[in-house]
Design a protein around this ligand. Structure first.
Ligand SMILES: Cc1cc2nc3c(=O)[nH]c(=O)nc-3n(C[C@H](O)[C@H](O)[C@H](O)COP(=O)(O)OP(=O)(O)OC[C@H]3O[C@@H](n4cnc5c(N)ncnc54)[C@H](O)[C@@H]3O)c2cc1C
Length: 375
């Protein structure tokens, strides 16, 4: 991956635009949760602030936010958006992941084609999850016909240029699709407690024809480490944004009710703040390690897996403290604590958490990850 050093002024400008975008997404969050759909003005703001183009390298009209030297800035942006609306953060994170994958493994023509669609206001995402039937490909001369569907696909019905995975004997193959508006999405099965507006529905891909021009990289590239598992720091950053927002709201509501001098409340405020800061240290370090290609992949993956474990525990602790400390009012609409806790509890459910934790422990036992930093 090419290194693109952002000048500090450019960096500050980007963060300023991310704050403006987060404000708009935050204002729209309650309605999005109610309707299950994010207002068009939020997507227009994502395009107008140029955040959707930011992950591309300058050669393709972006500013290299997906590049190794920009992972700390990306971390801050994901926290900002996560604090505004986790559903928007989920969609933005998936978009960044897709652009990073296409930029890493795709050809210039493929990156350029994706950049053109995004410039026009589109969004991408990575759709990997499948039901028991799975997604198969059947050979048709030089091309393949897809058979089956994707599930839990965020932005179903809205995203036109998703990256999808399909299994092959040589490993997972990535295809960058052009779905246009062809009615393949069904979000009726997406009936979660929270994250409703992420529209993570099913996509019927039967009959979609893919070939060399849609294929990104070679079979097996998608699962290449540390990029596959190491990228999990990004959803932890978005979740951290929500934890920080919950803690802010908790403090504000304690002050408003004159309950901020009580020793039990003080203890909970201290625990929430420590949980957020602990998570920040882990997530920022995981982002730094993800960008450091001199590190051993196994160590980066193990560290990220531990970051997942720490983030999940800390988020559960913050939600418990905030709900106990604000009481019944935090379960009442339109208190934003109610919505954010539902979103966070839902978004914390990520793939195979037990395996992530136990793989990290195995890496420690095998001497692949040292217990102390830098030793
Ligand atoms: C808001 C939201 C948006 C999403 N968007 C996307 C998207 O755009 N694209 C996409 O591809 N996916 C998406 N997903 C899916 C996500 O990536 C995960 O696949 C999904 O959330 C994991 O669900 P789960 O908790 O059932 O996972 P599981 O991995 O099934 O975990 C459930 C529990 O079972 C345990 N477990 C897992 N496997 C085994 C086993 N073999 N034996 C015993 N125990 C086991 C786990 O450790 C855990 O305790 C989204 C999910 C959410 C919540």
């Amino acid at each position: 991956m090419r290194l693109t050093i952002l000048a500090p002024a450019q960096n500050l400008q980007l963060l300023q635009r991310a704050k403006e975008f987060a404000e708009i997404a935050g204002e729209a969050a309650s309605l999005a949760d109610e309707t299950g759909s994010i207002e068009q003005r939020v997507w227009s703001a994502l395009r107008d602030t140029e955040l959707s183009m930011a992950p591309f390298s300058p050669a393709f009209g972006g500013i290299g936010l997906g590049g190794p030297d920009q992972q700390a800035t990306l971390c801050t942006i994901l926290r900002l958006i996560g604090g505004a609306d986790l559903a928007v953060a989920r969609l933005f994170e998936g978009h960044v992941n897709a652009v990073m994958l296409v930029s890493r493994y795709g050809t210039s023509a493929q990156i350029g084609s994706l950049a053109e669609s995004i410039k026009l206001g589109g969004l991408s995402g990575v759709w990997g999850a499948e039901d028991a039937q799975g997604l198969r490909r059947v050979q048709r001369g030089d091309s393949w016909s897809l058979q089956g569907r994707k599930i839990l696909a965020s932005g179903a019905g809205m995203i036109e240029r998703p990256l999808i995975t399909t299994e092959s004997l040589e490993g997972h193959v990535l295809y960058l699709l052009n779905l246009e508006t062809d009615g393949r999405a069904d979000i009726t099965s997406w009936t979660p407690l929270g994250m409703k507006a992420s529209a993570s529905g099913t996509i019927n891909l039967t009959g979609v024809i893919v070939g060399p021009s849609e294929q990104i990289g070679r079979a097996g590239d998608y699962m290449r480490q540390p990029f596959f598992s190491g990228g999990a720091w990004r959803f932890c950053a978005a979740q951290l944004g929500a934890m920080e927002r919950l803690t802010d709201l908790y403090c504000a509501q304690l002050r408003a009710r004159g309950r901020d001098g009580d020793p039990y409340q003080l203890e909970r405020v201290a625990r929430c703040t420590a949980a957020c800061r602990t998570t920040l240290f882990w997530v920022e370090e995981a982002a730094r390690q993800f960008a450091d290609e001199s590190l051993k992949p196994a160590a980066v993956v193990a560290f990220t897996n531990l970051t997942r474990m720490v983030t999940e525990r800390a988020a559960l602790d913050v939600m418990e403290c905030v709900q106990r400390g604000t009481g019944l009012s935090s379960f009442m609409r339109p208190n934003p604590i109610e919505r954010i806790c539902r979103d966070l509890a839902t978004y914390l459910r990520q793939p195979v958490p037990d395996l992530a934790m136990s793989d990290a422990a195995r890496a420690v036992l095998a001497g692949e990850l040292s217990i102390g930093a830098g030793s």
